[in-house]
Design a protein around this ligand. Structure first.
Ligand code: GLN
Length: 191
């Protein structure tokens, strides 16, 4: 198994370290020729969605990535990655990958005091550490989206078919279980 990690901006190296801990190979995607390598899944990291989108457009990556996700490539988007995957963002109208039937609110916890840590429940895993950095949350899901975690009444993790998203940064703590969850989903998908 080999997983592509979008490495235009943000916390991509930390995701690569998590996959290394799981013994899973990965490669970084900075341009189209990186993207065209064979892969079994994609991670879109946290960072700044506006910067990521600008670079992705300059590199002509948006359309090819969208096509693969629509064909069923498993994808895991964290924080800004979740924003890129959302069909709707209620406070941003930039064009995105827009493959997942969720409505997201950017910088949902405020810009200044928006970073915090909690331990909370993730469906199918248990209590996990969650680091939020100027995070978005999901305000609405359409039919077919499975809610995996909520915090204070807001959805912070969900999945729909081949797509998995969370508001927080699982790559910034030592707990590998969310990455393991994604890898297991890919393995099940390949059978
Ligand atoms: N606030 C960022 C955005 O809107 C996301 C923050 C993050 O990925 N940690 O793109």
């Amino acid at each position: 198994m080999i997983i592509a990690i979008l490495a235009l901006q943000g916390a991509f190296e930390e995701h690569q370290k998590m996959l290394q801990k799981l013994g899973v190979d990965s490669f970084l995607v900075r341009n189209l020729s990186d993207w065209n390598q064979p892969k079994d899944g994609l991670i879109i990291p946290g960072g700044e969605s506006t910067a990521m989108l600008r670079i992705a457009k300059d590199e002509n990556l948006l359309e090819p990535i969208r096509e693969e996700i629509e064909k069923g490539l498993p994808v895991f988007g964290t924080c800004a990655g979740m924003i890129l995957l959302a069909k709707e963002v209620d406070n941003d109208d930039r064009s995105r990958l827009a493959t997942m039937d969720i409505t997201v609110h950017r910088n949902a916890y405020g810009r200044q005091l928006g970073s915090f840590y909690v331990e909370s429940d993730f469906k199918g895993i248990g209590t996990i550490p969650m680091t939020f950095i100027r995070a978005p949350y999901i305000c609405k899901v359409q039919e077919g989206v499975d809610v995996l975690s909520t915090l204070d009444g807001h959805i912070i993790a969900a999945q729909q078919g081949n797509q998995l998203v969370c508001s927080f940064h699982p790559e910034l703590n030592d707990d590998i279980r969310v990455h393991e969850y994604f890898v297991k989903r890919i393995a099940a998908n390949r059978k």
